[in-house]
Design a protein around this ligand. Structure first.
Ligand code: ZN
Length: 342
């Protein structure tokens, strides 16, 4: 009886073991592929979103940055003084893969930074830096949007002036154009439609859009704008004509255009946290004397608004001066305005 039981027991154990192997094997073989495909599905979705954005009108601003950096590196006409400045600034931004900026946004304040580079971090007023203060120009493209008011509120609370490259919007947004001007910011043009095919179809359509937008801005704010940012940047490759054709128009009308040599990437990846957005900018600005920072004032870029206070705090604590674009601002251009023969 006992023998039988032992044999039975051993058999039962073996059966139990086989059962376990089968159950666990089954679980691994079914659950693992399920999780893997869920993960891949998520990744594909994410990539699709990014691709969709990159191919959309607003994505062009980012897509062309890398291209523009390459274009600058290969540009043979880097002999004009103005252009040399832009090349240096933009190339400066390409060599910023140092890791130390990780510390800059860890805390709300960077005053207790551990890495010792903060001799300028406590200058809450005393500008006695031996080096020239680095300047940062914050720019917001594609507005006004539902967030323009919040952006303006944060800027006002910090007494910071910025630059808005706006497009043509309907009446419910007119107050924002007005607020931008009334509160001392620089109002720049970014075309009326921002629709590449329409805007860049010909120099005539390009000029018409600028005129139409400036008429609107004049009607609403009482002032005209004299600065412009190309949708997609001056280095975009969506325009069917050589970019110099459009630049010639701007030169003739005494309109300065500004690209950028720093960006937060808000139009690149939808999931970036405010800290990541600030980090991207700090990585870019540290190698430039003058940085024009590309950000977006779009319905889809709410994290930019959320990041703004942290960005201003971080820039100020590291001793940067934040300014609106004006006549003294270096012309940071991916393709120089001097590349057009007079
Ligand atoms: Zn844009």
């Amino acid at each position: 009886m006992a023998k039988m039981t032992r044999a039975q027991l051993a058999q039962r154990r073996r059966i139990e073991l086989y059962k376990k192997i089968i159950i666990y094997g089954f679980l691994v073989l079914t659950i693992l592929p399920i999780f893997t495909s869920m993960f891949l599905f998520y990744k594909v979705n994410q990539l699709e979103e990014r691709l969709e954005y990159a191919l959309s009108e607003d994505g062009g601003d980012y897509l062309t940055l890398r291209q523009s950096r390459e274009a600058l590196r290969n540009n043979p006409n880097a002999n004009s003084e103005r252009f040399a400045t832009s090349v240096k600034s933009v190339l400066g931004a390409t060599n910023t893969k140092g890791g130390k900026a990780d510390n800059t946004v860890d805390g709300e304040q960077t005053t207790q930074d551990a890495d010792g580079k903060e001799q300028s971090s406590t200058n809450a007023g005393n500008e006695t830096d031996s080096k020239e203060t680095k300047r940062v120009y914050l720019t917001f493209d594609d507005g006004p949007s539902i967030y323009t008011g919040q952006i303006l509120d944060v800027l006002a609370a910090n007494n910071v002036k910025a630059t808005f490259f706006v497009i043509g919007r309907d009446e419910e947004y007119y107050d924002y154009y007005k607020r931008i001007v009334d509160e001392g910011h620089t109002l720049g043009m970014h075309s009326y439609s921002h629709v590449y095919q329409d805007l860049y179809a010909s120099v005539e359509s390009f000029g018409d859009e600028i005129e139409k937008l400036n008429d609107l801005l004049y009607k609403v704010t009482g002032t005209k704008s004299s600065i412009f940012r190309f949708p997609g940047g001056s280095s975009n490759n969506v325009a069917p004509l050589p970019i110099q054709d459009y630049i010639a128009y701007l030169n003739e009308h005494n309109i300065n255009y500004y690209d950028w040599n720093a960006l937060n990437g808000d139009a690149v990846t939808s999931g970036l946290s405010p800290e990541q957005l600030v980090n991207n900018i700090m990585n870019d600005v540290e190698n430039n004397q003058d940085s024009i920072v590309l950000m977006h004032d779009l319905q889809t870029t709410h994290t930019t608004v959320e990041s703004l206070q942290l960005l201003i705090d971080t820039l100020k604590s590291e001793g940067y001066e934040i300014l609106p674009i004006d006549a003294d601002t270096p012309l940071i251009q991916h393709v120089s305005c001097n590349s057009v023969e007079e």
